[in-house]
Design a binder for this molecule. Structure first.
Ligand code: PLP
Length: 392
């Protein structure tokens, strides 16, 4: 029987990574070999000190409901770590702890964007931005990120897109899917545009600890931005804690109870023992996280070099996150079809750039959260595919 869904469900998008992962698993169940380069999930285990803290917390009775915005002492610890890392002031009342960082995105857009109001977001970009903007009835205004700008923003284009109906500007640095970074100059322009139009900024900094060139800059470092910025961060990527579901937002104190109310309605609270483990992640031994970044850097260097050796493919060296975004416009096939054939016929799961928006056409996204051996195998299979294409 066909289910009659509420109209608004027509406006809710999805994340192709999960669909490609499901298809790849299906192929594996049929006995096919697949190299997984699709999902944005570190292939490392959560560092032991964090697991120990979580287990101890569970044994110690952190198994009950708690305040919706997070336990007071944990909010204090998250604030301490945030202030230390970003070099900005942060009070416990500015912190809201959520199950994963995705809820921060969903709640902030729901709380701030009225129907018809505009939200500028990066394209190609994390697909959930566009999905949620559309879902709440906002107007999604893509800000193209182009390879010729090292996948950063075009300042004049941003100035031209913004207007008094712009309520929210979303930025993401280091960026998914391109691995690009925003410079302090870029952030200053975003700040200037936000102030001029009285808009909010949602700064997705979930990859802030995975930076290879220079250092991560937060828009909160700019005077006057704390009152109109929500920083989204989380534990999934930096601490290989995807399955724990733990993230947080840093926002003006007056906004925290609003996001807390959304938490009360949706999740009640974030698991108590998870919050405790999260504090250990932020304030405890960082050697596990540092070792992951070191390995990601080695993989990035190897992968970019190998991709650039394929005829018709060119790949920039990304400054952060664990993705590469090779340009495949020279291979003679559109990226959606290439993604499909690469998986079905050559056993490499990757994502078409268009999974991240129309401006991703002509690109692929590889996540290098996989061993160097598997990455080499994935590129070798792709090279074979490109050779086969050139032959026909
Ligand atoms: N933001 C970006 C840019 C991401 O790539 C992701 C995960 O892929 C998230 C937010 C959400 O991460 P999580 O909900 O696992 O914390």
């Amino acid at each position: 029987m066909a289910i009659k869904l509420a109209k608004r469900m027509e406006r809710l998008g999805t994340e192709t990574a999960f669909e490609v992962l499901a298809r790849a698993r299906q192929l594996e169940a049929e006995g096919k070999s697949v190299v997984h380069l699709e999902i944005g999930e570190p292939d490392f285990d959560t560092p032991q000190n964090i697991i120990d803290a979580g287990v101890e917390a569970m044994r110690g009775g952190f198994t009950h409901y708690g305040p919706s915005a997070g336990m007071a002492d944990m909010r204090a610890k998250y604030a301490e770590s945030f202030a230390r890392d970003r070099g900005v002031a942060c009070t416990p009342e500015q912190v809201v702890i959520t199950p994963g960082a995705k809820p921060i995105l969903y709640f902030v857009i729901t709380a701030l964007l009225d129907e018809g109001e505009e939200c500028i977001y990066p394209n190609p970009g994390f697909p959930i931005y566009e999905s949620v903007i559309n879902f709440v009835g906002g107007k999604a205004v893509p800000l193209p990120l182009r390879e010729e700008n090292d996948f950063s923003i075009d300042h004049d284009e941003l100035r031209a897109l913004a207007n008094p109906n712009t309520r929210l500007i979303i930025l993401n640095s280091p960026q998914n899917p391109t691995g690009g970074l925003l410079s302090m100059d870029d952030l200053k322009v975003i700040a200037e545009v936000a102030k001029a139009n009285d808009a909010w900024v949602l700064a997705d900094e979930i990859y802030s600890h995975i930076v290879y060139e220079g250092r991560h800059h937060s828009i909160l470092e700019i005077d006057g931005m704390a009152e109109r910025t929500i920083v989204l961060d989380g534990h999934s990527k930096t601490y290989a804690m995807t399955g724990w579901r733990l993230g947080y937002g840093i926002m003006p104190e007056a906004l925290s109870p609003v996001i807390g109310r959304l938490m009360t309605n949706v999740n009640s609270c974030t698991a108590a023992f998870t919050q405790v483990a999260g504090a250990e992640a932020l304030l405890g031994d960082q050697s596990g996280a540092e070792a992951m970044v070191k390995e990601f850097r080695a993989r990035r260097d190897m992968l970019v070099q190998a991709l650039n050796e394929i005829e018709g493919v060119s790949c920039k060296l990304p400054g952060g996150a664990f993705y590469v975004f090779p340009n495949i416009s020279g291979v003679g096939m559109e990226s959606d079809e290439f993604q499909k054939r690469l998986l079905e016929d050559y056993g490499v799961a990757a994502l078409a750039g268009t999974a991240f928006g129309a401006h991703g056409a002509g690109y692929l996204r590889f996540s290098y959260a996989n061993s160097q051996e598997n990455l080499r195998e994935g590129v070798a299979r792709m090279a074979r595919f490109v050779e086969d294409l050139a032959r026909v």
